[in-house]
Design a protein around this ligand. Sequence first.
Ligand SMILES: [Zn+2]
Length: 304
Amino acid sequence: MNLYFKKYFFIIQLFIFSLDVFALNKQFPADNYDYKPVQDIGIRQYEATSLHGTKKIVLTFDDGPNTHVTPKILDLLNKYNVKATFFINTSNLDSKKIPIAYRILEEGHILASHDFDHRDNNKENENVFREGLLRSIFDIKKLERNLGLVKKGIYFRFPYGYYGLNAAYHHMNVIKEVSKKVYDENCINFVFWDIDTKDWGPGMTSLEISQNVKSYMMGGKATTVFMENNRWVKKIINIQKPLMGGVVLLHDKREETYYATESILKMANDLNWDVVPLSSVKEFSFDKKECLIKKDMSLSSLGN
Ligand SMILES: [Zn+2]
């Protein structure tokens, strides 16, 4: 009996160790590893675990810039003196949205890639994915360059968080290849999220969105939303193991998110949470790497 127990205990220890190895994963694709399509998937292993339990949050906004909501959110961030990250679809950049993208950069926030467009990358062939990724990087780097900013690498978030399910190739391998071509190894740092506010869900109110952040931080009731029989359904869940820190997923395209952001910033003040920039988080650091665009990569090669 005792021997059985020891064996069992050993297996549990091995299991915990392997979880730890996962937890130590950097956010960017691993060196010297060929990602296998359809097998290497999932997002939970890419949580920013260094933030858990720290009362620190990173605010991230996807799918912008939005001419109506993004400027109001920028005003809020100014008022509370915090920095955020905006993952934009660079195909959105037209004459009305480019000034907002410049404003994001000028006010010290991070302008990051949410790909060229918002299509599901699992449904794109390798060339289309590669071209979209390259194009979005160049679009953002051009805006930085026009303001005289020199920033390391780029942050990238997959639309819907979808990747790895195209049987013909793996997105992470393409990211590695593009990084090597444009910068150096692993200068495209991909970002998922720890706290999904569900602000993208139809019918989500600003109160439900901000309460979700509070519950994932401290425990309590949260609202989730999912599709059932072709209808969107909301459900209340109980968060028993709050993270007490992490990357927060928001979308700067709905008025509800603007009001929720205001509540989240007030909460952060009242409850002593720190709103920190993405670049300060261990998992998203570029370490000592330079990650500057190679000189022979002409930004003008893809138009203005
Ligand atoms: Zn998105």
